[in-house]
Design a protein. Sequence first.
Length: 375
Amino acid sequence: MLGYCSNVHAATTLEQVRTALSTHAVAIRERLGIDGNLPLGLWLPASALESVRASGSSELKGWLDARGLQVFTINGFPFGDFHGDVVKHAVYQPDWTDSRRMEYTLTLAELLADLIEPGRSGGVSTVPLGWGPAMDADAVTTAAGRLRSLAAELEMLEERTGRCIHVDIEPEPGCAIERLDGLATFFETHLLGGDDADRIRRYLRACVDCCHAAVMYEEFADGLAALDDRGIGIGKVQVSNALDVDMTTDPEAARTALEDFRDPRWLHQVMVRDESGTRFHEDLGLAMDAESGGRWRIHFHVPVHVDRIGPLGTTQELLEDAINLLRSRGEPLDWEVETYAWSALPASLQPDNLAEGIASELQWARSRLADEGTR
């Protein structure tokens, strides 16, 4: 199934979520000419969940059904106000050492079990433990313990509802788990090997974000092989595109163009590669202050249908390669276009309205997935 992620919409209350979906998601469905429901990757901040509890999940499902929207996955990564004036490192809080992260994630899992159709499974994506410098060995062990407890809760949820809800850990540059092979190592070291290994593999999976893998220069096939070797499933694929900039051809033009991507709201991690190796910078401004040459991969989610932005390249070709490789595996997957940074893009990339931009992304993704029969 292919849909888009609603974390692109600013919201801190259920009413704001509904307003955004009524304005944008309904228009996207109309632009795409979908007769049935538009698949939706739902994002709900923790502040909106109390309203969902008060009104009931069946009421929310009825509201979505009436507008032709079908939730098939939930993004549980951003806990708080994802569109505040300054988010930066706050998006990783609370991390998996904090009981609030588990409570939030389990509540989302219970909601998803009520929203998906009988016989389907679905995933809730989550932060890869926490921001790297904040996660020492003890913190990683604590996080692993919470995830193991979560798997037991998800097993009981399936027994109650008949729906398998899995939590999908999403590697991200700068976090405790940055790459798919790092996720495989975390599973092997901290989660597998006990008598609950089958439970762990059923209810804890990987969220594959194609932008993040590209930024980390990860050999995608090797990352997937590392997961396969440990029997770790893919719960969700986030179809996403990063900036890819060669600073050796026309660095002055590239730096001028990158000024339009300085963003006070979100972190835009940068990996620089040159003949001396790779270097990590936790934000674009820091990289621009410290670096002059090399090849830069920048964690800035740009529209997936865009291959170049003036003198700046994108990782679209790597995204297409990743899609082709994942499709060749022949397994059913959930695909979620997740370009949340539309509001931070330069004016030259802004569509007449957001629905037009997201619909163009979904059309591009549909064309790449056409052979799979994805709606």
